[in-house]
Design a protein around this ligand. Structure first.
Ligand code: ZN
Ligand code: FE
Length: 260
């Protein structure tokens, strides 16, 4: 499975998954359809699946036009997004499995940004010769250096969602749906300023952006070391929040970020 990252709108990423063995493709969170159709054309691939993480327009805006071109493609989304995702046919719960390109993805229920949000995790294949690593498509839940805003969820829900993602192997690649990294890291440095990994990450991320490069994908390991929203149980983040009760720490820093 090859993954192509398309930068669309202001700062969205859409991911096209391609299985060269069968000339099929899937797309994660098509904000718009045109660049996806152009990529499918270039790959000469048939779209067989749309994997939506949540109902927001910048994640499902391309569904209808894609289904028009590929009426047989199946649209997946969260069970609780029933009626909010155009053309949704599969209503997924945490623990469900979906497949594409000879691989299986596990569905994680990750409410917080919205009450219905899900993520898709393709576990590593573990093959000796052409083994492929773990890939997480997490929409607006976990971002590089940050996390999604809480539009329909509580801090405790988002923290539990991120805690599930924290359990994944460190080398899991994290394909989040926006390029927010530098501004997230600016905030992160206000809560975890003495973290040398975070300081170094900011330098690297700024240089990448100056070269016009994407900072996505990130990895679970890097997020655990540098993202304050994955570090509610560290002494440094607790000290800066002024509390040592993990849920309250998380709520406090999420609130600070909203007003940053
Ligand atoms: Zn969203
Ligand atoms: Fe979004």
């Amino acid at each position: 499975m090859n993954i192509y990252r398309l930068a669309v709108l202001n700062d969205n990423y859409v991911f096209v998954l391609h299985d060269p063995a069968t000339d099929t493709a899937a797309v994660v969170d098509p904000a718009i359809s045109e660049p996806v159709l152009a990529k499918l054309d270039q790959l000469n691939a048939e779209l067989v699946a749309i994997f939506n993480t949540h109902h927001h327009g910048d994640h499902v805006g391309g569904n209808s036009a894609l289904i028009k071109q590929f009426p047989k493609a199946i649209v997946y989304g969260g069970e609780k997004d029933r009626d909010r995702i155009p053309h949704q046919q599969f209503f997924l719960r945490g623990g469900d499995r979906v497949s594409f390109g000879g691989r299986e993805a596990e569905v994680f229920f990750v409410p917080g940004h919205t009450y219905a949000h899900i993520a898709y995790y393709f576990a590593p294949t573990g093959d000796q010769s052409d083994g492929q690593g773990g890939e997480l498509f997490c929409g607006d839940t976990l971002f590089a250096g940050g996390c999604g805003r809480l539009f329909e969820g509580t801090p405790a829900q988002m923290m539990a969602s991120l805690d599930q993602l924290r359990q994944l192997p460190d080398d899991t690649r994290v394909w989040c749906a926006h390029e927010y990294t530098v501004s997230n890291l600016k905030f992160a440095l206000t809560v975890d300023q003495d973290n040398p990994d975070l300081q170094e990450r900011m330098v690297t991320a700024q240089a990448m952006r100056q070269r016009g490069e994407a900072t996505v994908p990130t990895t679970i390991g890097l997020e655990k070391r540098t993202n304050p929203f994955m570090r509610w149980d560290t002494a440094a983040v607790q000290r800066s929040a002024g509390i040592d009760i993990p849920d309250r720490v998380f709520a406090r820093i999420r609130g600070q970020k909203d007003n940053f």
